[in-house]
Design a protein around this ligand. Structure first.
Ligand code: NAP
Length: 266
């Protein structure tokens, strides 16, 4: 990717858009002076040197690559002509054909980072229209590599599924931690102690995965083989429906992702 590549982020002041911009700047992949960022209500006080605008057409006109990071509910109202631009959407549910039709460009990508982009630890699957060339693909991969790992996948169905698994992913360890914390509090533990305990579980488990590079299934088997307290907990959680609850949750996320793509364009 050229060092002088001009990038625009629609919704650059939002949670995910801002995280992507911060990663692009931190890694030096983008220079502030080549960045155009748009906002809707209040101009964010971030990213000095980048150009902020409310005018998304102006953003598209100044950019080679346009990243769309507004909520899916705000997508139908987004009317810009991005002809000749590479457009990368990080919106859940919105399909390649919808992006192409509404933004008037054939070079479109549907990507699904997650909230861990904020700390450079996202996993971002992406799928591209057939009009992208190798240079475009390299640019997309390099953009998402700034905020974690990224893989090109071959179908939108994979993105729909991974929207739940990876896109929502950081919420799930938090869900487990909340259930554990609530249990500890019900048993009389001080909330601060319960909080510190579960925080350490989540952070420590993440670091172990990162440093050991061990498959999660192998970790579970290793604990089961001790036949101690952890095995007792895992077996009880599984017989209470843990795996089925996860399957059911991921199926609901998949259904929601497909449904979100059914919203009409404006
Ligand atoms: N956050 C995640 O973990 C995550 C994970 C995967 C995918 N995503 C996707 O990422 C997208 C953004 O999510 P988010 O969590 O970052 O939401 P967010 O924090 O609400 O950010 C969206 C931003 O878009 C701005 N915006 C809306 N309409 C606009 C317009 N017409 N022009 C310029 N800016 C506009 C909003 O500005 P105002 O505040 O002024 O309204 C807001 O700053 C969503 O489509 C979501 O599906 C998010």
């Amino acid at each position: 990717m050229s060092d002088n590549l001009k990038l625009g982020v629609i919704g650059g002041g939002g949670w995910l858009g801002g995280a992507i911009v911060a990663s692009l700047l931190d890694t030096g992949l983008a220079d502030p002076e080549h960045l155009t960022l748009s906002y809707r209500s209040e101009r964010p006080d971030r990213f000095p040197g980048a150009r902020w605008t409310r005018d998304n057409q102006q953003l598209a006109d100044r950019s080679d690559i346009v990243i769309v990071s507004v909520r899916p509910a705000d997508w139908p109202a987004l009317a810009i002509n991005a002809q000749g631009r590479l457009v990368i959407s990080v919106m859940a549910g919105i399909r390649l054909q919808q992006l192409s039709d509404q933004l008037n460009t054939k070079r479109v990508v549907r990507a699904l980072p997650n909230a861990a982009a904020e700390v450079g630890k996202s996993y971002t699957p992406w799928v591209a229209s057939s009009d992208l060339d190798d240079r475009d693909r390299l640019a997309v991969q390099r953009i998402f590599a700034t905020c974690g790992n990224a893989d090109e996948v071959t179908s939108e169905a994979e993105i729909d599924y991974l929207t739940g698994l990876a896109g929502s992913g950081p919420a799930f360890p938090a869900l487990l931690a909340t259930a554990m914390m609530n249990d500890a509090i019900k048993r009389g533990f001080h909330p601060d102690v319960a909080r510190r305990a579960v925080d350490a579980v989540i952070v420590g488990a993440g670091r172990l995965v990162e440093l050991r590079d061990e498959c999660p299934g192998d970790t579970v088997e290793r604990f089961l083989s001790y036949q101690g307290t952890t095995a007792a907990a895992i077996e009880a959680m599984r017989s209470a429906g843990f795996d089925a609850a996860v399957r059911c949750g991921l199926a609901q996320a998949l259904e929601k992702s497909v449904d979100m793509g059914n919203c009409p364009a404006s």
